[in-house]
Design a protein around this ligand. Structure first.
Ligand SMILES: Cc1cc2nc3c(=O)[nH]c(=O)nc-3n(C[C@H](O)[C@H](O)[C@H](O)COP(=O)(O)O)c2cc1C
Length: 758
């Protein structure tokens, strides 16, 4: 059985019935091919829109998905008048080849090399390298006369170019070198290799005897060298040397003459690491971290070709597997190096998030007190393998991201609509003051009141929107203020749906809509069921609003899919009786919210999205009979898409009313389903917070949200921490439109004022 990249349920069984089958080339090829393909697909799937080339909001659409796929795939342009290459590429074995990793039949696998093969049609180095590659596949890995011929021609052409900087620097030369030195598929696919670093004389690498001072162990590894295999120690010395060369001031990663040697050194390192005995998950994590660190020291084209995301994924799994190993308790700084390296070089999305979780869960235990600042962290990383040139930028970016996620305590503020915006839905200075008051304790997480996504999505008076530029600008003053106070601010976004207030809807020309023509209560207006076309438009509006929120400086976005608003009205069968693809079954009812999660994820990255759900709430005519299967489906979809957190409302409240009957329902089903951070809200009091976090859900990453008490206590976090009495809230001012009373005048405690200079 080969599980390929067995990350989720994304693997394929390839049955092996007898020992002889294990040697069956077809089966092995099938396994390798599947693994390489899956891995590549995941890389694409998890890559964030930011990776796609800079600006936020761009969607990652690999060109190859839209490019017409010819019979020869991306090699079409190369073929020119080479009948031999045409014949090789038409060969079944070549078309299916898993090694090298480029499969002719699989354009997705191929995209990193697209530019090379598109621009240089008949380059002899490249052409012969490609011929060699596929001749290899056709002969099943036997180097015959024909292979040697291609190799000689390719190498001859490469050598000639080394005399001129311009031709040595050209993409086809680099591409040819890379094809010849494609030793890495074994690491990615976990298969046995047909090529390794000793196969070609030209690719063999030996230590330079004149540079012996570089071939030493970094101090961190020196201290624990007795724990490692001797061969591994030698590899670590080679990586150290690679890093020293990379960091030489005159060294340029663009110079292929230097890079050829460096890449060969890396190939040798990689190849030897693969051969090390796999004694434990902990050791394997160390090997993979070493592999990743060496990969990132090579030239750019190579870095892409080895697909570090695959290595970082494998590393992640080994870290998770070895999480309880005492080895990490004894060597936390090594774990810091490995986790930061893995996180910095992993693609955005699920893998990235899982690294964040590893760092966060260790933050208050194994890593406690080891580093406070970036400087402290760098000091630790320097003890192992560290390259200013190759690692610094990514590491700094990752550090910022992690810091941002390190909310300093577990008391947060949930969405609280207060209607203090302007009549045309712009945030006001009064709101800035209100959020500023509530962000006086650094490290607090604040979620804003629900923000309207588009002109037609409203129906609440003076609720702020996030579809126009003036709205974005006004929110920006608030996010700046909260950030200046050292806190985090998430923008909750929603479509009011059938809960729209009729007067407001009429005044603003909003048509009251929902999933079906079912009102939310007696006397409420009957909404019109949305058409499929309108649904698609709203999905788009959510994505635009999310992009606007990020432009306005918000740290993340929360989709309000609870309390009976539009998204919730599609999820539950009490409000959704549609018979098209958006109703009638669990899957169909989840479709709208899934599409929104996906579109918003494409727009700003799933790691910046949370979702609020109220599976048990009866507020605004909700509460289906069997919420568990339905909401489990939604949560599983959120999980698949890699959302950052879920925010759940306890069954003991209906919005902001405490229920006075016995509560038998529980959120446990949802909490158990979700592996990442969970925000809980509804009826929490200072005296039940600690118990919830420490006793009820000890293994979970829980944050407790206080609604009404945050309304009435600007210094709530301080009060809870210091066991102080709370101000009581005044319900009559909850929604007092544009009124500062009951909004800005709840007092801070005298203790807080004495402690600070508010
Ligand atoms: C005045 C007020 C406004 C609210 N507005 C929102 C909102 O905009 N979005 C939301 O998701 N929940 C909203 N809620 C619900 C709260 O976020 C929270 O779930 C509820 O108050 C229960 O928590 P608590 O018992 O701590 O008050 C609101 C609650 C109140 C009291």
């Amino acid at each position: 059985m080969d599980e390929g990249y067995n990350t989720r349920n994304d693997f394929q069984f390839i049955s092996i019935q007898s020992p002889a089958d294990a040697k069956d080339r077809d089966k092995r090829r099938q396994a390798r091919s599947h693994a390489a393909k899956k891995g590549r697909q995941q890389q694409l799937q998890y890559a964030s829109p930011r990776d796609a080339g800079g600006t936020l909001g761009q969607t990652l659409i690999p060109w190859s998905i839209f490019a017409p796929v010819s019979a020869y795939g991306p090699f079409e342009t190369l073929i020119g008048d080479s009948p031999k290459l045409r014949a090789l590429l038409s060969h079944d074995a070549a078309r299916q080849a898993a090694e090298p990793i480029f499969s002719v039949a699989d354009p997705v696998v191929f995209q990193d090399f697209a530019s090379v093969f598109r621009t240089d049609l008949d380059d002899p180095a490249l052409l012969n390298a490609v011929k060699l590659t596929f001749a290899f596949a056709v002969t099943g890995g036997n180097i015959d006369q024909e292979c040697l011929e291609y190799q000689n021609q390719a190498m001859g052409a490469i050598r000639e170019r080394m005399d001129s900087l311009e031709s040595a620097l050209s993409l086809p030369t680099l591409g040819a070198i890379l094809l010849l030195a494609d030793l890495n598929s074994s690491v990615m696919t976990g298969s046995s290799r047909i090529v390794d670093h000793t196969t070609f004389v030209e690719l063999q690498w030996k230590r330079d005897p004149f540079a012996s001072t570089y071939f030493v162990l970094a101090p961190g590894f020196q201290r624990i060298s007795h724990l490692f295999d001797e061969d591994f120690i030698e590899v670590l010395k080679d990586i150290h040397a690679l890093q020293c060369v990379q960091d030489l001031p005159r060294y340029s990663c663009q110079n292929p003459i230097e890079m050829l040697r460096v890449d060969n050194q890396q190939a040798s390192i990689g190849s030897r690491l693969v051969d090390l005995p796999k004694l434990s998950a902990t050791m394997e994590a160390c090997y993979l971290a070493a592999y990743l660190s060496a990969c990132m020291l090579c030239c750019k084209v190579w870095r892409h070709s080895v697909m570090p995301s695959h290595v970082s994924l494998k590393l992640l799994r080994k870290l998770q597997e070895s999480n309880d190993d005492i080895f990490w308790d004894e060597n936390p700084d090594l774990l810091i190096w490995i986790s930061y390296l893995g996180g910095s070089f992993s693609p955005r999305g699920v893998i990235h998030l899982e690294y964040n979780i590893i760092l966060k869960t260790n933050h208050n235990s194994r890593f406690k007190g080891l580093y406070q600042s970036l400087e402290d962290l760098l000091e630790i990383l320097h003890r192992y393998i560290w390259s200013e040139k190759a690692y610094r930028t990514q590491l700094e970016e990752y550090w910022k991201e992690i810091q941002l996620e390190l909310v300093k305590h577990r008391v947060g503020m949930p969405g609280l609509s207060r209607f203090r915006g302007t009549d045309d839905h712009v945030a006001t200075p009064m709101m800035k003051e209100y959020y500023s008051q509530r962000s006086q304790v650094p490290g607090t997480l604040i979620i804003t009141e629900a923000g309207i996504i588009s002109p037609g999505a409203g129906g609440y008076p003076n609720a702020p929107g996030i579809w126009r530029e003036d709205q974005v600008a006004a929110w920006k003053t608030i996010t700046d203020e909260v950030h200046q106070n050292g806190c985090f601010i998430i923008c909750q976004i929603f479509h009011v749906g059938r809960a729209a207030v009729p007067d407001i809807a009429e005044k603003e020309g909003i048509e009251i809509v929902s999933s079906s023509a079912i009102p939310h209560g007696e006397g409420a207006p009957v909404p019109r069921a949305l058409t499929v076309e309108e649904i698609k438009q709203i999905v788009h509006d959510f994505a635009t609003a999310a992009k606007n929120a990020i432009r306005a400086g918000f740290d993340s976005v929360e989709l309000h899919a609870g309390n009976g608003y539009l998204l919730d009205s599609f999820i539950q069968d009490v409000s959704n009786t549609r018979t098209d693809e958006y109703g009638g079954s669990i899957q169909n009812r989840s479709r709208f919210v899934s599409e929104v999660m996906k579109a918003v994820g494409d727009a700003i990255g799933p790691q910046r999205i949370g979702i609020r759900l109220s599976p048990w709430s009866t507020f605004q005519g909700m509460r289906m009979k069997e919420p568990i299967p339905q909401f489990s489906d939604v949560i599983n979809k959120a999980k698949e898409l890699g959302l950052a957190y879920i925010h759940l409302i306890e069954p003991r409240v209906a919005n902001s009313d405490d229920l006075d009957h016995l509560i038998t329902e529980s959120l446990d089903f949802a909490i158990n389903l979700w592996g990442g951070p969970i925000l809980l809200a509804g009826g929490y009091k200072p005296d039940n917070v600690q118990k919830t976090v420490d006793e009820t859900y000890p293994g979970k990453d829980i944050m407790v949200m206080f609604g009404r008490y945050f309304v009435a206590n600007p210094d709530l976090v301080f009060r809870i921490k210091n066991n102080l009495n709370l101000n009581q809230y005044d319900r009559s001012t909850f929604y007092a439109v544009k009124n500062p009373h009951g909004y800005l005048d709840y007092p801070f405690s005298s203790e807080f004022l004495a402690n600070t200079k508010v």
